[in-house]
Design a binder for this molecule. Structure first.
Ligand code: ZN
Ligand code: ZN
Length: 161
């Protein structure tokens, strides 16, 4: 199991249109949503993350945008998250106690999550063997597996110390 960093090294070249932010922007426009404004800010923020953010973290960042951008209200954040989720552009990660986090749904960098039930930290991890097991299982059951999402609950190193 490989824990991965929290920040995604960005600006890896989006020339071929494979970039998530571009795909999300186009999909929203195609669905009839207005470009720019709060949607653009939220897409840029999610595109910059290696892993999932809570709505509160998103609000904290966009609500205090210092670089000339207008702060985004909580209601708009929830509405845009719903739009993005309906278009399958983001993944909702349920972290327990009714709390959810949201991350860009990318084909590359597929990973799962460990959630500390004591402090709430979310640690992303990748595990090729786990992926193989899920695929093997998918071939055995009379069920078409479209997606999977694994969340391990427990306590992080700090909280178990
Ligand atoms: Zn994640
Ligand atoms: Zn913890």
């Amino acid at each position: 199991m490989v824990p991965i960093g929290s920040q995604h090294d960005h600006h890896h070249g989006c020339a071929d249109g494979a970039c998530w932010a571009e795909r999300a922007t186009d999909a929203l426009a195609e669905a009839g949503y207005r470009r720019g404004g709060a949607r653009a800010s939220l897409i840029a923020l999610l595109d910059d993350q290696r892993c999932a953010l809570s709505a509160a973290e998103i609000e904290e960042t966009l609500g205090t945008a210092g670089d000339g951008a207008r702060p985004v209200a909580r209601a708009s954040i929830y509405r845009i998250l719903e739009e993005l989720e309906a278009l399958k552009l983001i993944t909702r990660v349920e972290v327990g106690q009714g709390l959810a986090r949201f991350e860009a749904h990318r084909s590359e960098g597929h990973h799962h999550h460990m959630v500390c039930d004591a402090c709430g930290i979310v640690i992303p991890f990748e595990d090729p063997e786990l992926e193989d097991s899920i695929q093997r299982l998918a071939r055995k059951v009379t069920f078409t597996v479209a997606e999977h999402d694994v969340v391990l609950h427990g306590s992080c190193a700090e909280c178990s110390a």
